[in-house]
Design a protein around this ligand. Sequence first.
Ligand SMILES: [Zn+2]
Ligand SMILES: [Zn+2]
Length: 364
Amino acid sequence: MDMLLEFPNMVLQNREGTRYDGYITVMNEDFRLCLEYPSDIAKATLSCDWKLKCLLDGCLDVLKQRLLQSKSLPSFLQEMTRIIEKKLEVTKSTKSNKEPIKCGQIISEIESLGWDRLVSVDADFTLLQFLYTDHKGREHILGMKLHPQHPVEPPQCITDLPVPFDPHWTNKSTLEDLYNQFTHSVNSSQLFWDCMEDIDKNTWVLEPDNPNFSAVYRRIAISSSASVQITVDPRQPQLLPSCRFMGADHSVSQLRQNMNSNLYHWDPEGNLLENLQSLLDVTFPTPTTSKKEEFSMECGICYSYKLETELPNEVCNDSRCGQAYHHSCLYEWLRSSGCIQSFNTVFGECPYCSKPITVKMPTT
Ligand SMILES: [Zn+2]
Ligand SMILES: [Zn+2]
């Protein structure tokens, strides 16, 4: 292999023919290189320019090792060329993925959408938040995370809608198109929010604490020993919701019985709250007639209402007692007081009234 033919830009620097200085060209890029290649190969050295050092980051030591083991200078330089080629390919492919989003285009799209609707934007113009106030005065935020290949790939949207937001997007779509689809979805969820707001204002909602627009369930207090958790279909909020009862056995079985006998009277075009009350044959306690503490009964063992996310859902079935406990508190109490265990149920005595009480074993 001829050094001059293979690497014409590496110039011999001394009479002994051991020192080269110059450039090697890889994929149309020049890299400065200086090499000492004496007959005693253990004394060979390699130094390169800053650009090449950065590119070879991490494998320069390996290269120097390869130099000491090389058979000839041209064969070493060929090996080095292949390594540089590979490194260049890797950096080029990652660069094209990180091509910056065209800010000018985004800014003009924000302009046509209206700056007053923009809530926040980050420095790279990749995270944006827009506000929409619906005709009932409820404020909704549409969050967008632009894809690095925007607008070829659609932005990722974050909403507070109770239904999945799955907008139509092509590479010609604009942020305004997305916003308009969002407002359309918000407007079609109005009936759902009306129903939920009615419940939030006129009953004691035990869970969730501060329901957001996407929350489709409510746990409503019925009495100090019973509550119902409803899960509403956001697309058809006036239909019969799924109901789960919680509380003492005698209260719950009465509620189930009422539900079964009144099921056929449900009016699918009527008011959700009124329908629910006729279904269960109850009048929900309201904030105007009662205090929330009457229904958020604390646990008889740990004396708190909320234990992490758990509420006191286990209730003593003796109607004169009716004490509530957290499931985990009662389970631990019964286990430590020498209870009887059968299948997945633990039998023991109520810590308050000493009447028989049972609790299911934790599922984990
Ligand atoms: Zn407890
Ligand atoms: Zn009891």
